[in-house]
Design a protein around this ligand. Structure first.
Ligand code: ARG
Length: 465
């Protein structure tokens, strides 16, 4: 008899190339701990259902502990016939405890087993990513608080638009990460459902208490339909969407910082720790860490689209196509973990160049404020917008900054202009007028930080996984 789990009906040999093509052990070994935990709980469930004696349950769970120890110690030896992690663990268990190992798979299929393993594994990874995101938010809020005095140009269309606080820019990214963190918690609830007991597709024929088994494994519930249970990979797709969205946020942060750290902008200086040099040009300091964040976002998006394409059009229940769920998932998890930590490192070590940012502010960025000045004097905004535009043009013709227009020139555009128009040309005042929730004033930013911090405190202790 071959050592294949499914060898019984086969007489011909498998093409060695097919062995390789079919095998997933090269990557699904990552699931070893989940696979063993799932099997131990399943052995207990078989015991509770009267299918195994107490001694048999103990032999299985102790034997699986010994297998786990080998994985942990790095001494587990993968054999040529070990098609996947489930085969490998059962093969080794049999070597260690003998034929009683053959009772473990009673009523179970690798179809419900692998779906369960993947959810168990992802649950732990989500708990780690949750911490990564929160740490990134925390350092960003700390920076925003420490550097609230700094002003910089804000951009739309990458054209200088209006003055803002540097902290306002920093926090704009923290709000995106808050949504990422919320989404992660929401999807974690859908990951934490147990397919085990679905069998190959039709359900377990033995009186397994699935609710008890789910509780034993820390799942919130058991899946409601066995056909769906073995084939549902929505949780993987959802997680990959989350990964993609989060990477897009990191990519946009990276793009901002690539621009801001360029020689031409020089708003920020990146720490040497996150930059590299050129092998040719001695003067170069390249923002590689940022470029990798931007680059990896494309790769993670590829993982999402790849999986969606795999799932599309599959007939009901398990198909081997589903084995293709793991590599994109594993790749996304490790890239997200790395990218979130790198982003935190970049943010906590960069240096903003306050004077350069301040010097980049020009009075043209206050043209809107000039229009708003007239609004406060009772002129309708549509008119004031036009008048401020004319003032910009007038300054351009005179080749002077907007702030240096004579009061007489301004009065020629509208008689409501008075001495106090001088107050418009103050970047600090401009920013401070934006006191609305979500604005750029000191108070509005303090409010943003308080909201984010409260949210972090309220949600951090929740054990969603
Ligand atoms: N390695 C397989 C996977 O990752 C395990 C399930 C195999 N099931 C089967 N019916 N061949 O999907």
């Amino acid at each position: 008899m071959s050592n294949k789990l499914w060898g019984g009906r086969f007489t011909g040999k498998t093409d060695p190339l097919m062995e390789q093509f079919n095998a997933s052990i090269g990557f699904d070994r990552t699931l070893w701990a989940a696979d063993i935990a799932g099997s131990q709980a399943y052995a207990r469930a078989l015991g509770n259902a009267g299918l195994l004696t107490g001694d048999e349950v103990a032999a299985l769970t102790d034997g699986l502990d010994a297998v786990a120890e080998e994985w942990r110690a790095g001494t587990f030896v993968i054999q040529p016939g070990d098609e996947d992690i489930h085969t490998a663990n059962e093969r080794r268990l049999t070597e260690l405890i003998g034929p009683v190992a053959g009772k473990l798979h009673t009523g179970r299929s690798r179809n419900d087993q692998v779906a369960t393993d993947l959810r168990l594994w992802l649950r732990e990874e989500i708990a780690r990513l949750r911490v990564d995101l929160r740490q990134l938010m925390t350092v960003t809020i700390e920076r925003a608080e420490a550097e609230i005095d700094l002003l910089m140009p804000g951009y739309t269309h990458l054209q200088p638009a209006q003055p803002i606080r540097w902290s306002h820019w920093l926090l704009s990214h923290a709000w995106a990460w808050q949504r990422d963190a919320q989404r992660l918690d929401e999807l974690a609830a859908r990951v934490n459902i147990m397919p085990l007991g679905s069998g190959a597709l039709a359900g377990n024929p033995f009186p397994i208490d699935r609710e008890e088994l789910a509780a034993d494994l820390g799942f919130d519930a058991a899946t409601g339909n066995s056909l769906d249970g073995v084939s549902d990979r929505d949780f993987v797709a959802e997680f990959l969407f989350w990964s993609t969205m989060t990477m897009l946020h990191l990519s946009r942060l990276a793009e901002d910082l690539i621009i801001y750290s360029s020689r031409e902008f020089s708003f920020v200086t990146l720490a040497d720790a996150y930059s590299t040099g050129s092998s040719l040009m001695p003067q170069k300091k390249n923002p590689d860490a940022l470029e990798l964040l931007r680059g990896k976002s494309g790769r993670v998006l590829g993982n999402l689209t790849g999986l969606m394409a795999t799932l599309k059009g599959l007939p009901s229940t398990y198909n081997k196509d589903l084995q293709e769920d793991k590599e994109p998932l594993f790749d996304a998890v490790s890239n997200l973990h790395g990218s979130l930590q790198i982003a935190r490192g970049i943010i906590s070590t960069l240096t903003p160049n306050a004077l350069v940012m301040q010097a980049a502010l020009t009075s043209e960025m206050l043209a809107t404020d000039l229009a708003e000045y007239l609004v406060r004097k009772g002129v309708p905004f549509r008119e004031t917008h036009h008048i401020a535009g004319a003032a910009v043009q007038m300054a351009e013709l005179q080749a002077i900054p907007l702030a240096e227009l004579d009061l007489d020139d301004l009065r020629s555009l509208h008689e409501a202009f008075a001495e106090d128009v001088a107050d418009v040309w103050d970047f600090e005042r401009s920013v401070e007028r934006r006191t609305v929730r979500g604005g750029s004033s000191r108070r509005a930013i303090a409010e943003q930080m308080a909201l984010l911090r409260d949210w972090l405190t309220e949600t951090t202790s929740l054990t969603k996984s």
